[in-house]
Write a protein that binds this ligand. Structure first.
Ligand SMILES: [Zn+2]
Length: 140
């Protein structure tokens, strides 16, 4: 085994341990935990990303519209009604829109991030539709 292979084994062991620890916390908090991590990453990359944001889409869209600046890449949020779904049904709709990038590109970025975090989702690739994040994908 060379050095790179040894590193790969260590990384994979750490991943397995992380997944095992996450599983003990339950699916709901696992989805929430990973989405919040994802939102932090997006924020660092010029997005406005808000979990559990305002009471409904109307209020959240209005509030986020006022936060968008000329240099905002895109935004994404889920609202407090969605948060009930996350707690009770372990599924949450992500609403998003592009600003510097297009709505479609914003949706694609979110889909890539969800893949990377091994979160399941339903999205038909249509930027007019919210992305439903609904499950945890077990490691193969
Ligand atoms: Zn409202």
């Amino acid at each position: 085994m060379n050095e790179q292979q040894a590193k790969d084994v260590m990384t994979s062991m750490a991943d397995d341990l992380g997944l095992a620890l996450d599983k003990k916390k339950g699916t709901e908090s696992l989805i929430r935990h990973r989405l919040i991590k994802m939102f932090e990453t997006l924020t660092l990359n010029g997005w406005i990303a808000k979990p559990d944001f305002w009471c409904c889409n109307t209020c959240a869209s209005h509030a986020i519209g006022e936060m968008v600046m000329h240099n905002t890449v895109a935004y994404v949020f889920w609202n407090c009604q969605d948060d009930i779904g996350l707690r009770e049904c372990r599924a949450v709709y992500l609403k998003y829109a592009g600003n510097i990038i297009t709505d479609k590109e914003a949706g694609n970025v979110l889909a890539e991030q969800l893949d990377r975090l091994r979160l399941g989702y339903d999205w038909d690739g249509d930027p007019a539709h919210a992305i439903l994040v609904h499950e945890y994908l077990d490691p193969a």
